[in-house]
Design a protein around this ligand. Structure first.
Ligand code: HEM
Length: 362
């Protein structure tokens, strides 16, 4: 048996090859990829505790108040949609600035996304401290992923992030719309929960979207799929390597489905990586085939944005925006992939490093 911690994807593949859709990993959690169970896990709150990777800030306290969730979902999405025109213009300018340079991705994708969204996230006139901290979080926690940090420097860094964001949340101007000011004015949450939510929004907007975009270019080159449409490249990339590749819940009672028994209180994980590569649900599941998106997938077989009540609020927004970016970039670049290893496992999956250069089109 492969080592799950070293390479969870090989470990998962070895079960899928044997036709086993639901299996336990060494931590004891039950990984699910059978579509009925995955769908129940996301939808059936009589069987599984209602939860969300986003709005369950502290597992002991449960989910944030319903009013907080509704307020944030609505206000943040309105704000992002209103900022989209400006983000598109900024994207064109930023892409122009990086033209003709050979850059290393996904780091460059993360920097591009953080530049495009700076104003929408921290506002038009942020303090120097906030501006510096924003880019420090991007460099330290998203790009470097904190892997080699010593315990003390990591603790100091986290303490500083907390301190600065708390101060900025306190003084944020509610007349100016930014993710920071929206989170600052959210009802029924503590200041610590606000800090945590602000960071979650920053990560979703910058990291999740930049990593998804990076996967598209990486897989397009690897599979020589330059002719495919932006939309089918995106859908197929999110199938083969979903950035949010597992979401956890807890069973409320004993559940038995065919050969799978789940105990009350047991930790279950809807593994979208496994769902999307389950050979009972997808033909040639390990192959990158953008043309398969000429037809719609069967229900409950595709969930890069989750399912049910806590499905990603930004699903349609992200698809529109990323399709725009792929369309604006894909015919203008040469992609050079040297590292074809599987990605390093982390809660948000980034592709291995590759280089991308914009062609000189004079
Ligand atoms: C390609 C981009 C994205 C992907 C793949 C993605 C993926 C996901 C997934 C899988 C979930 C469900 C988690 C669960 O059930 O526990 C989720 C929830 C959520 N996402 Fe996204 N996300 C993306 C972009 C964004 C963006 C740009 C935002 C910014 C507003 C966002 C905000 C949220 C929120 C607020 C939730 C929680 C919804 C709830 O619990 O009711 N996501 N996302």
């Amino acid at each position: 048996m492969k080592d799950f911690n070293l390479n969870p994807f090989q470990y998962i593949d070895s079960y899928l090859e044997k036709g086993i859709s639901n299996f336990r990993v060494p931590s004891g959690a039950l990984y699910l990829s059978q579509s009925k169970l995955v769908s129940d896990m996301f939808n059936d709150t009589s069987l599984f505790q209602e939860s969300s990777d986003f709005y369950t800030v502290d597992v002991r306290k449960g989910m944030l108040h319903e009013e907080t969730q509704k307020f944030l979902n609505k206000t943040v999405m309105n704000h992002l949609k209103r900022s989209l025109g400006e983000c598109k213009s900024k994207a064109i300018v930023e892409i122009g600035l990086i033209s003709s340079k050979e850059l290393v991705w996904p780091a460059s994708g993360v920097r591009l996304m953080s530049e495009i969204y700076r104003e929408a996230i921290i506002g038009r006139n942020p303090s120097d401290n906030l501006s510096k901290l924003y880019f420090r979080i991007v460099e330290t926690s998203i790009i470097n992923k904190d892997r080699k940090r010593k315990f003390l420097s990591h603790t100091l860094y986290s303490w500083n992030v907390n301190r600065v964001i708390k101060r900025e949340l306190h003084k944020s101007d509610s007349n100016e719309k930014s993710i920071l000011s929206i989170v600052a004015s959210a009802p029924k949450i503590t200041i610590d929960e606000k800090v945590s939510l602000f960071i979650s929004f920053l990560f979703s907007i910058v990291a999740t979207q930049a990593f998804t975009l990076s996967w598209v270019f990486y897989l397009m080159e690897q599979n020589d799929s330059y002719q495919a449409s932006a939309s089918s490249l995106l859908m197929e990339s999110m199938r083969v390597w979903p950035v949010a590749w597992n979401s956890g819940r807890v069973a409320k009672k004993e559940i038995e489905l065919e050969e799978t028994k789940i105990k009350e209180g047991e930790q279950v994980v809807a593994c979208t990586y496994a769902l999307h590569r389950n050979k009972e649900l997808w033909s040639c599941p390990h192959q990158f085939l953008p043309d398969r998106w000429e037809a719609k997938p069967k229900p409950s077989t595709y969930a890069p944005f989750g399912m049910g009540k806590h499905k990603c609020v930004a699903e349609h927004y992200s698809i529109d925006w990323l399709t725009f970016l792929i369309d604006s970039i894909k015919d203008k670049v040469d992609v050079i992939v040297q590292d074809i290893n599987t990605p390093i496992p982390s809660p948000m999956l980034a592709p291995p490093e590759f280089k991308m250069k914009f062609r000189n089109e004079s």
